[in-house]
Design a protein around this ligand. Structure first.
Ligand SMILES: *[C@@H]1O[C@H](CO)[C@@H](O)[C@H](O)[C@H]1NC(C)=O
Ligand SMILES: *[C@@H]1O[C@H](CO)[C@@H](O)[C@H](O)[C@H]1NC(C)=O
Ligand SMILES: *[C@@H]1O[C@H](CO)[C@@H](O)[C@H](O)[C@H]1NC(C)=O
Ligand SMILES: *[C@@H]1O[C@H](CO)[C@@H](O)[C@H](O)[C@H]1NC(C)=O
Ligand SMILES: *[C@@H]1O[C@H](CO)[C@@H](O)[C@H](O)[C@H]1NC(C)=O
Ligand SMILES: *[C@@H]1O[C@H](CO)[C@@H](O)[C@H](O)[C@H]1NC(C)=O
Ligand SMILES: *[C@@H]1O[C@H](CO)[C@@H](O)[C@H](O)[C@H]1NC(C)=O
Ligand SMILES: *[C@@H]1O[C@H](CO)[C@@H](O)[C@H](O)[C@H]1NC(C)=O
Length: 804
């Protein structure tokens, strides 16, 4: 459902003027008697107000008057008529002769947003904050607020909005979730203050408490330790005789406009450092984890159900017949989450599904016998209370295409369940199998064992031998424990994607790096497996090499070649070590990383997207050659596939491209983006997520883009570097800026990048607008000297060095 609309730059007004020079002034206001044609746009171009159609298959075309954040065009921050959509495209926003703000449409009576008591002169303005405000304009020219969209939030909280109660008017400020990700109609979750304990936030589900923040005490929410709602979103509680409310600001580097949103499953989602983040989730599985956050209220279940049943629902694509079927009326306004609750609460329910393509409406079945899987259009996802889960685990871990299988395992489940339904004897057999496997699971036995992994890697190892490459070893736990001095703290090198990394020395003197999977990490197992399978198949001088692995009992360990010079971030960001990497070495590192990535994207047999390229994942060998490491999050990509969506967005703040952070769109261009960031970091010796402009709090990309446009590109270069070839440096910055362009299609591929870097005469296209961000409120800006009118290049002497 995530549409292709891609987007998210945070530009402040000043920055916008500074960097993109808007053409004409925007239309921000509509006045009395005027009918809105087109859209209103805030002066800072961050928000627009317009009618937007939603085309839902098999349903009438509807439109909503909505405010959109410019860089997220598929999901409005505010909707005027969420429960009263206008048919077709007939909607017109107007201020009538009396001064009332209303929507005219073909379908009947106008929809009033605000009805004036007596005729007044009014005008309505979309402000830079995203607030749409109706003012009364007095004869003396003064203005008075009559109505504002911030008082009637939809599902998105913007800075400046309130959550609370106006004690005079009893007006409450709270969010109401959407019906589904497609339908903006009111859903079943609300987020606001607790009327009894007004210094506490609550999420309610159909009126019942679903989550509470705990009371606000000493500047934090009591129940939330280490929560981003305490740490990132700086809430502020205000209370006097007239009103009591929370509002928030943000004081960390924010990559996306800092919004908070309650989604249709009742999760609180923040748009912040990593793009899209689950701040609070009480809906299973809790933001991908098995444990709910503090404050979640245990949902009541009938005696026939156990809490585990919640997790057993699995989706299948297909049709259901009308056996044992109950449909809930559309007027109940049920969401998919509500539908699941209906099914759980009805002891005979075996399956549920939403009725319409927009995930609204609800149907439940007492039997799954009428299910037919189909691949034709018009099918829908039907959630079965799953029984084949454990059979699947086997499939997942024994198929070599494990990563890809993850997406298709339900297919096998469907076949399994279908078979079960048809042949009762098979059923009993499966039952025995199921209990066996369940027992195994209960014993804590994971389905990934040495033999399985060996089988998967084994064929490969032989293959590699034929190619004359070294073989993969299986190490015993004892050897590794001895080599690392029993995983002593002194041997610890750092923390990798899924566990700590230790230095070790084998008895023959060979040094190794050992990555040990943390035993209690469920997610880590997947990443371990992913990394083991992937990296065993990859061979390139710029990729770190896997020597072997060890799986014994609970222990899962990967063994790599040891990199004596640590990782890139150890040098480029630390002033005392920066000089170790002169320009020549830095350029060599840039080229090496580009080669490694090119191999991953194009020449490896698998076509791999790394997804977490960053300075700390670039290891350096004894000659300071770069080696890309940490493939725990990498993704194998079909050769025909060019783009895919993922629900699990992983990666690191500052290195994620906008389309990935916002919409989970995965393509090789997300690595290109990260490479661009890394390149600019290597050239400048600065971290992307710092602030590098005294007024605008630009991050490194924004800063680079600004000084590039001012023609002062060399100012970006790490001042510690004294010997370099200016053309060569400028070329690197140019390539870096091409890689971080906002639109993925504008970014070059890695093979383009490699030729751009190596071919000094090649004409490069002009970089377009990059995706960069401004820190909303930075407390301690780290400001380099910034002279806007003359570049520092004139003041330093450059000793020209022949490139390479
Ligand atoms: C203005 O208000 C008067 C009295 O409430 C009403 O009769 C009239 O129809 C209104 N005019 C418009 C344009 O809505
Ligand atoms: C409303 O006020 C504005 C500004 O004072 C004025 O220009 C306009 O003519 C007034 N409109 C009406 C209908 O009185
Ligand atoms: C938008 O900019 C115009 C021109 O600078 C100005 O007249 C107007 O007041 C601004 N509007 C808002 C809402 O800031
Ligand atoms: C939050 O409310 C306080 C108290 O009214 C106010 O001073 C502050 O400016 C508000 N913050 C934001 C971001 O609107
Ligand atoms: C608030 O307190 C009253 C009285 O104790 C109680 O009846 C009501 O359910 C409470 N409301 C909420 C939302 O907790
Ligand atoms: C939160 O942290 C405080 C102090 O570190 C501790 O006393 C308290 O038990 C923690 N609360 C929860 C719910 O973890
Ligand atoms: C509360 O509202 C009343 C009426 O609007 C106003 O006179 C009073 O000053 C307000 N009190 C505070 C503390 O703002
Ligand atoms: C469903 O939503 C409509 C408005 O869209 C509302 O009138 C109706 O009362 C809602 N039904 C329930 C059961 O909440």
């Amino acid at each position: 459902m995530a549409s292709s609309a891609i987007t998210l730059i945070l530009l402040s007004l000043s920055c916008f003027i500074l960097l993109t020079r808007p053409s004409a002034s925007q239309k921000t206001t509509i006045v009395q008697g005027e009918q809105l044609k087109g859209e209103l746009s805030a002066n800072n171009s961050l928000f627009t107000l317009r009618f937007q159609e939603t085309a839902i298959p098999e349903r009438d075309l509807r439109s909503y008057l909505a405010i959109y954040y410019t860089y997220e065009s598929s999901y409005p921050v505010w909707v005027a008529n969420r429960d009263a959509p206008v048919l077709g495209t007939s909607g017109i926003l107007t201020i009538d002769g009396n001064g009332s703000l209303k929507i005219l449409h073909d379908g009947g009576e106008p929809i009033f947003l605000y009805k004036v008591q007596r005729p007044s002169n009014t005008s309505a303005t979309l402000e830079d904050s995203g607030n749409f405000v109706l003012h009364q304009v007095n004869p003396d020219g003064s203005k008075q607020v009559l109505w504002q969209s911030f008082d009637y939030p939809t599902d998105t909280l913007l800075p400046g909005m309130k959550l609370g109660i106006n004690l005079g008017t009893r007006h409450k400020w709270f969010l109401t979730s959407r019906r589904s990700s497609v339908s903006p109609a009111s859903g079943s979750f609300t987020f606001g203050v607790d009327p009894n304990v007004t210094n506490q936030l609550v999420i309610r589900w159909l009126g019942d408490v679903f989550w509470t923040s705990g009371p606000w005490q000493r500047g934090r929410f009591n129940l939330l330790n280490d929560s981003s709602l305490n740490e990132i979103y700086k809430f502020n509680y205000f209370s006097n005789e007239n009103e009591t409310y929370f509002n928030y600001s943000v004081n960390t580097a924010i990559s996306i406009f800092p919004m908070l949103r309650i989604n249709s499953d009742g999760d609180l989602v923040g748009f912040r450092v990593n793009g899209y983040n689950q701040e609070v989730s009480c809906s299973f599985p809790y933001a991908g984890r098995m444990i709910p956050v503090d404050g979640c209220v245990q949902q009541k279940l009938p005696e026939c159900r156990s809490p585990e049943d919640i997790s057993k629902f699995t989706p299948h694509d297909g049709y259901m017949s009308y056996n044992g079927f109950v449909e809930y009326s559309a007027t109940e306004n049920l969401t998919l989450q509500d539908c699941r609750a209906k099914c759980l609460n009805s002891c005979s329910c075996a399956a549920y599904a939403s009725k319409y393509n927009d995930d609204t409406g609800c149907e439940i079945w007492s039997t799954t016998a009428g299910f037919r899987r189909t691949s034709s259009d018009g099918q829908r996802q039907i959630y079965f209370i799953g029984k084949g889960k454990f059979i699947l685990v086997k499939f997942i871990f024994t198929k070599e295409t494990f990563v890809l299988m993850q997406n298709k395992w339900w297919l096998w489940l469907t076949i399994a369940v279908g078979g079960v339904a048809i042949i009762p004897p098979v059923f009993s057999f499966c039952y025995v199998l199921w209990t066996k496997l369940k027992e195994l699971k209960e014993k804590g036995e994971t389905r990934i064992d040495q033999k399985t992994l060996l089988n998967e890697l084994g064929g490969n190892a032989t293959e590699r031998q034929e190619e004359g490459e070294s073989e993969l070893h299986v190490f015993s736990f004892e050897i590794i424990a001895t080599a690392t001095n029993y995983f002593s703290a002194a041997n610890k090198l750092g923390k990798g994607g899924f566990g700590p990394v230790y230095k070790g020395r084998l008895t023959d003197g060979k040094e190794i790096a050992v990555k040990r999977l943390s035993t209690n990490s469920g997610q880590g197992l997947v990443e371990f497996k992913n990394e083991a399978i992937l990296i065993a198949k990859l061979q390139h001088t710029n990729l770190v090499r896997l020597l072997g692995f060890c799986i014994q009992g609970q222990e899962k360990i990967l063994v790599y070649e040891y990199m004596p010079n640590k990782s890139l971030d150890f040098y480029i960001f630390v002033s005392s070590r920066k000089s170790i990497l002169d320009w020549k070495k830095r350029f060599n590192i840039i080229e090496g990383i580009a080669q490694g990535l090119l191999y991953l994207h194009k020449y490896s047999r698998l076509r791999v997207i790394h997804r977490d390229l960053k300075a700390s994942n670039i290891l350096l060998d004894d000659e300071m050659n770069p080696k890309i490491s940490d493939f725990g999050m990498a993704r194998i990509f079909g050769l025909k596939e060019s783009e895919a969506n993922t629900n699990r967005i992983v990666g690191t703040y500052g290195y994620m491209s906008p389309e990935y952070a916002m919409n989970g769109i995965v393509s090789i261009k997300i690595d290109v983006f990260s490479f661009g960031v890394l390149l600019l970091e290597i050239v400048s010796g600065k971290k992307n997520n710092g602030s590098y402009h005294h007024e605008h709090q630009l991050n490194l990309i924004g800063y680079a883009w600004q000084i590039w446009n001012e023609g002062c590109g060399l100012d970006l270069l790490d001042p510690i570097l004294k010997e370099f070839c200016p053309q060569n440096v400028l070329r690197c910055i140019h390539v870096g800026l091409l890689c971080v362009q906002y639109h993925a299609t504008d970014r070059p591929t890695m093979s383009d990048v490699v030729s751009m870097l190596s071919n000094e005469t090649m004409q490069l296209p002009e970089p377009k607008q990059p995706a960069f961000f401004i820190n909303a409120v930075a407390e301690e800006p780290d400001i380099p000297d910034s002279q806007s009118d003359n570049c520092s290049i004139n003041q330093v002497s450059i000793s020209v060095m022949v490139a390479r």
